[in-house]
Design a protein around this ligand. Structure first.
Ligand code: DGL
Length: 260
């Protein structure tokens, strides 16, 4: 089988890569993290579209058989366009996470967290309402959480205070389930569980990885993992441990994404 391609604006998608690797150890995986242009979540839809097209073209040049958009921001802004233009199946994180949240909630009150672009798009809310029009959906943009994770502060007091502040409007509304609509946020899941006891958090990247694994057959033998970034790999190596744990050992190369 050809490799499966995964991309994100930076490193958050590595959580999805980790999940897919665990579920499909015999499949070759190619990851692109746009570390030179991250974050996407504060940019306009036009810019996110342009970046998403380039990221997808790079993965297509690697002969992938499917693309996982392991980024909440790109999934909410560019999924439909990429589905129309790419000659392979394309998966985003919205639908898989919404289905898991719908199955999880007991009281029908669901929270959504994400970047400004993701929450501004209203796509998660739309998807959840399609599943069940009676769901009460409350959303909050959490722009500070991406840099907190990228700069390695996920275990610190600053992370707890930020998470608590962002979750308060959701817990005040009585949500019992919260979608982590940004693929960086699973790194903060323990903090969130501490700040909002009793709430179940849905990892959108992992949910999308499970969806892919349910639709593709795994290969025989040991699959390979190749990572590409648009900034220096040394920075990638420093931060990737936060997402993948200490024992990751993937080949990482820099590419010129503007050439795609
Ligand atoms: N991983 C991105 C997402 O899921 C967040 C980082 C960004 O703003 O680019 O939305």
């Amino acid at each position: 089988m050809k490799p499966i391609g995964i991309f994100d604006s930076g490193l958050g998608g590595l959580c999805a890569l980790k999940e897919l690797r665990a579920l499909m150890p015999g499949t070759d995986l190619i990851y692109f993290g746009d570390t030179g242009r991250t974050p996407y979540g504060t940019r306009s839809a036009e810019t996110i579209m342009k970046y998403a097209n380039q990221d997808a073209r790079f993965l297509m040049s690697q002969n992938v058989c499917a693309v996982l958009i392991a980024c909440g921001t790109v999934s909410t802004v560019a999924l439909n366009a990429l589905k129309l233009t790419l000659p392979v199946p394309v998966y985003g994180v919205v639908s898989a996470a919404s289905v898991e949240a719908a199955k999880t909630t007991k009281n029908g009150k669901i929270g959504v967290t994400g970047t400004g672009a993701t929450i501004g798009s209203g796509v998660f809310e739309h998807e959840l309402k399609l599943i069940n029009g009676d769901f009460e959906v409350h959303s909050v943009a959490c722009p500070l959480l991406v840099p907190i994770v990228e700069y390695g502060f996920a275990g610190d007091e600053i992370a707890y205070l930020a998470v608590k502040k962002y979750l308060e409007p959701l817990t005040d509304k009585g949500v019992d389930t919260v979608i982590l609509g940004c693929t960086h946020f699973p790194i903060l899941k323990k903090m969130m569980e501490k700040a909002a006891p009793g709430v179940t958090f849905i990892d959108s990247g992992a949910a999308a990885a499970r969806k892919i694994a349910s639709e593709f057959c795994d290969g025989d033998g040991e699959g390979t993992v190749h990572c590409y970034v648009s900034d220096t790999p040394s920075n990638f190596n420093k931060t990737a441990g936060v997402f993948l744990g200490k024992d990751f050992d993937f080949d990482v190369k820099r590419i010129d994404i503007e050439a795609y």
